[in-house]
Design a protein around this ligand. Structure first.
Ligand code: FES
Ligand SMILES: [Fe+2]
Length: 377
């Protein structure tokens, strides 16, 4: 990675709070990309549903009788009522019934019945199925794409990043705990914070004890302009401190190691897979943590953090779970505070744009990606 060698501006400050810019980004990115909305185990039985939001769009996800899943816009084809009153539940008898005039749909979205109504002679039920969205799954994660014709398959979207965690049996893991965290910041503020470690020495002292390279403000040896004596020339990724195993406050674990990761994976203690800008996976030898990012307006974002383990491990090791959550929770809370402070300062009438430092090359790449995406709509 070429380090920034000249003064480089950050994005225009208004892009972090202007509602019109936010609307442009929803169209260019959030309504076009594959967005992770949960785990397959969130819909265990046929008829189970939950309502999820992508930007301003409300969707209903449900599981069909044959086990397949569907995503629909949360809108009735009659006169547009929202279909679901509760954020989650189970459709009785496998029927989706609109709460307004009781138009009734199958779990695959087909219109089945229009009660107490004389139908016009030319009315064709098959023309009034629910508005479907594209849905696919990988590694037990459910993704939705709101584009009418997605530009990529889910596999193409996940690309090489998914390869980083290919040794973890992600589809077999189960989410044993979920934290949902609203933050008062633009989604880009959070993604930028995730993309650099310049802030690590000041904001994350506990994490820096586990990850010595982070003390230098670097996420990877590739980000250093100097020869790094403890770096591995063939693998520039940061690794846990000598004698440390995983991301806990003391770097130790009593959880069984997950079967699948190679010795090289385990030696690192942490492997990332990042899917700009909605989802990232942090895989450790003993557990996996994932973070989903959902914009909730120009100046708000909602994080959903899951901790994944092989089936049965949480039940056999209940006393170890708090230790597993502690460091990730602390880091997310520290990042959340920094992001909210960042958002507050961006609104100064004096501040037109920030400036990037060499360690923030990844932000520049993110900004170039964003500009390209905006230009292509
Ligand atoms: S709006 Fe749904 S049945 Fe009328
Ligand atoms: Fe951080």
């Amino acid at each position: 990675m070429a380090l920034l060698d000249r003064t480089t501006a950050s994005l225009p400050a208004a892009w972090y709070y202007d509602p019109e810019q936010y609307a442009r980004e929803l169209e260019a990115i959030w309504y076009r990309d594959w967005i992770c909305v949960g785990r397959t185990e969130d819909w265990p039985e046929p008829g189970d549903y939950s309502v999820v939001s992508i930007g301003d769009e409300s969707l209903v996800l449900t599981r069909d009788r044959d086990g397949s899943m569907h995503a629909f816009h949360n809108t009735c084809r009659h006169r547009g009522s929202a279909l679901c009153v509760s954020p989650r539940g189970r459709f009785p008898n496998g029927r989706i019934v609109c709460p307004y005039h009781a138009w009734t749909y199958a779990l695959d979205g087909r219109l089945l019945a229009t009660p107490r109504m004389d139908l016009p002679a030319d009315f064709r039920r098959e023309d009034y199925s629910l508005y479907a969205a594209h849905l696919d799954a990988w590694g037990g994660f459910v993704f939705v794409n709101l584009s009418e014709s997605p530009e990529s398959t889910l596999a193409e979207f996940l690309g090489d990043e998914a390869e980083h965690v290919r040794h973890w049996p992600l589809a077999e893991l189960v989410s044993v705990h979920r934290d949902v965290m609203p933050l008062a910041c633009n989604w880009k503020v959070f993604w930028e914070n995730y993309s650099e470690c310049y802030h690590c020495p000041g904001i994350h002292p506990e994490l820096c004890r586990v990850m010595p390279l982070y003390k230098e403000g670097l996420l990877s040896h590739a980000d250093s302009s100097q020869t790094v004596p403890h770096g591995d020339a063939t693998d520039p990724r940061a690794r846990v401190a000598p004698g440390f195993v995983t991301w806990t406050l003391d770097g130790q674990t009593k959880l069984p190691l997950i079967e699948g990761p190679s010795d090289a994976d385990r030696a690192l203690g942490v492997v990332f897979a990042s899917f700009t800008a909605s989802f990232f996976i942090v895989a450790h030898p003993d557990y996996v943590r994932t973070v989903r990012i959902a914009p909730r307006g120009a100046e708000h974002v909602e994080l959903t953090v899951d901790w994944l383990l092989p089936p049965g491990v949480a039940e056999r090791h209940p006393g170890e779970l708090e230790k597993m959550y502690a460091l990730g929770r602390l880091v997310v809370a520290q990042d959340g505070r920094a992001c909210e402070l960042n958002q507050r300062g961006l609104r100064s009438r004096q501040h037109r744009a920030g400036v990037l430092m060499p360690q923030e090359e990844s932000l520049h790449e993110f900004h170039e990606w964003l500009r390209a995406r905006l230009g292509s709509t």
